[in-house]
Design a protein around this ligand. Structure first.
Ligand code: PEP
Ligand code: MN
Length: 355
């Protein structure tokens, strides 16, 4: 990391960037209120920091040992950013702002009628963003893979419905991409691109999605430690995309735990991650619990520990859903969840500014 003097000129900054590229690394330039900080993207062993420290305009040059630094609060602090918390703007919705954000919709888009009926229901319940899976990651090839699996035409048709539902009910939309081949297509239709838990480790996919410049909903893999999760997040920020919403969605349960919950919601991950990074964190109580009767409690708990929002699966008649019916709640139940979460949030107050 190279910290520039507060009065460093543009020319001096550019000279440092040039020297960094001579070493075979890329520069991430962060212009703060007081000074510019230049993060190095690549192998820092190749950088002679003693030489950088004496370049004109440089205040300090040193190696940062953590595997993630571009997303760290420390980095934001160094450049004198006033807010150490990023608000990700999705249309007119602020994620990480003063109010919790609710993302809701079906696990999978099954038809235009199903999607529109659910979209209307979640909007009336108070949701801000509409979700709907079109490319579903499934354990078994024999299960419904989402309408996108039918081919390009079917995928575009379903993406079109999602876009139309979002426009009709005035909610930005999010859907998951499962592979690099879907990125260009999906980016044309949605406001937020979701990278699911199973793809958390796919660094080529992360890079490709980040380059689209759209907000990304990035889920933690169920076996990933917090450090791994944050380290892989760095791949996207290194592409100069800081509109990343991190999502805790449960880690593998121990022993016979799976008889009771699908995963184990790692509530501590929210404040723990929030102390490390300025990016907002949300909770997915639906996939964590795997059962609808726990969604209310986990949602309240998520907001209580400081999550910036929730992503919840909703269906007007969960038993007829082709995927994840057991964990979907109805729009009426969503309304109760949102009301309760807003009360919890009000009682506890904003958490992201805690130090
Ligand atoms: C989803 O949100 O539809 C999903 C598949 O979630 P996860 O990647 O967390 O399993
Ligand atoms: Mn699901």
């Amino acid at each position: 990391m190279i910290i520039m003097k507060s009065d460093a000129t543009q020319e001096e900054i550019e000279n440092v960037i040039k020297e960094i590229s001579k070493c075979g690394l890329r520069a991430d330039v962060s212009k703060g209120a007081y000074r510019t900080v230049i993060g190095l993207v690549g192998d820092e062993q190749k950088v002679p920091f003693e030489r950088f420290a004496i370049l004109p305009g440089v205040k300090e040059a040193r190696m940062i040992e953590t595997p993630y630094k571009l997303i760290s609060r420390e980095y934001a602090k160094l450049s004198g950013e006033e807010s150490q918390h990023r608000v990700v703007k999705v249309g007119n919705v602020d994620i990480g702002g003063s109010e919790p954000v609710f993302i809701a919709g079906p696990c999978a888009v099954e038809s235009k009628t199903q999607l529109f009926r659910i979209a209307e229901g979640v909007k009336m319940a108070g949701a801000h963003i509409l979700r709907g899976g079109i490319f579903k990651p499934r354990t078994s090839i024999h299960s419904f893979q989402g309408l996108g699996a039918g081919g390009q035409e079917e995928a575009e048709e379903a993406l079109g419905w999602l876009r139309e539902a979002g426009n009709r009910f005035e909610m930005p939309v999010v859907t998951e991409i499962r592979g690099e081949g879907q990125v260009d297509l999906v980016a044309d239709y949605v406001d937020v691109i979701q990278i699911g838990a199973r793809n958390m480790y796919d660094q080529d996919l992360l890079t490709k999605v980040a380059r689209k410049g759209k907000p990304i909903l990035y889920k933690r893999h169920f076996g990933a430690g917090i450090e791994e999760f944050l380290s892989f997040t760095e791949y996207m920020v290194a592409e100069d995309n800081r509109d990343i919403i991190l999502c805790e969605r449960g880690i593998l349960p121990l022993g016979k735990g799976r008889n009771y919950t699908r995963y184990t919601l790692d509530l501590a991950a929210v404040p723990a991650i929030q102390k490390e990074t300025y990016l907002p964190v949300i909770i997915d109580p639906s996939h964590a619990a795997g059962r609808r009767d726990l969604v209310f409690d986990l949602s309240c708990a998520g907001i209580a520990v400081g999550a910036s929002g929730l992503i919840i699966e909703v269906h007007y008649n969960p038993v007829e859903a082709l995927v994840d019916g057991q964990q979907m709640i109805t729009p009426d139940e969503l309304k109760d969840v949102i009301n309760a979460c807003q009360r919890v949030h009000k009682a506890i107050g904003p958490r992201r500014n805690d130090d």
